[in-house]
Design a protein around this ligand. Sequence first.
Ligand code: ZN
Length: 348
Amino acid sequence: MKALCLANHGGPEQLKFGDLETPNIEEGQVLIRVRACALNHLDILVRNGIPAYPVKFPHILGSDISGEIKEIHPQAKKQLESLNLKIGSQVVIAPGLSCGSCIECAKGHDNQCDSAKIIGAATKGGYAEFCVVPAKNVFPKPSHLSFEEAASFPLTFLTAWHMLVTRAQLKQGEKVLVVGAGSGVGSAAIQIVKIFHGIVIAASSSLEKLELARGLGADFTIHIEKEDVFKKVREITDHQGVNIVFEHVGPATWEQSFKSLARCGRIVTCGSTTGPTVPLDLRALFSRDISILGSKLGTLEEFNKILQLMEEKKLKPVISKIFPLSEGRLAHEFLEKREQFGKVVLKI
Ligand code: ZN
């Protein structure tokens, strides 16, 4: 099969387009003919090399996959039949891997599974013509979406849903500051808040991205380099602050984000793209009943909910640019420039 392999840790030049043997399915697995795979910041982390994601070379990146079912292990048939899926069905893949038998999995917290992993980081992913995944991760592709659109939502929408709905308990009409609004998770967050009829204040360092955020439903925008986020939030919210801050940037935005919270506000984060450590004044935390919430990916049940909302056209994937698989190296360079609004996708 054709694949874009990661030959070693390093820059985009380590991605080599070539031939690799098609993988074989094992117990409970399904072989997917990959049609599209979206890029994530995670791909760059794994490509560069970080201790949390050790890989064997040649590795195949790619967590967000759509395609067709090519082969099903006999023991996986029942699982797929319950979703009306068979060979040739068009599918989308939930990116989180879990054991299905530990205490957290039994509670439905499969994102917190003892052996939780992500496709394309811990296992070979979707930068290839074929890929092997567990049957329980295979779901029907929303019928109106193209393969590229279907590959564009799993990781980001799952992450944003788990952050806002499950962790921060977003309520109808609440005010939410979405930091890094131009990112994949940011554009998902804007849409999710609007489903709850909330007020979105989108913050970004790019005027162009703020315009696009408005197009997705953002009610107010803040240019973080030209405006004071805290002052602007107070102005917009009549000095109250926001109920929720959607964070994933870290030290570069944390202080402004934290100050922008209303009493009983929740700040929820899924990432630390500008570094791992932030200052925290405990007095500001306890005196105003503030909650700081961590959030990691999402569960299979939440993935199902997102699929339903996609099918109902209440959520829509946002694509920035599509590259052919053979030009994956250029796609990585494009993603690293951080100029995109929405997802960068490989067509396979
Ligand atoms: Zn488990």
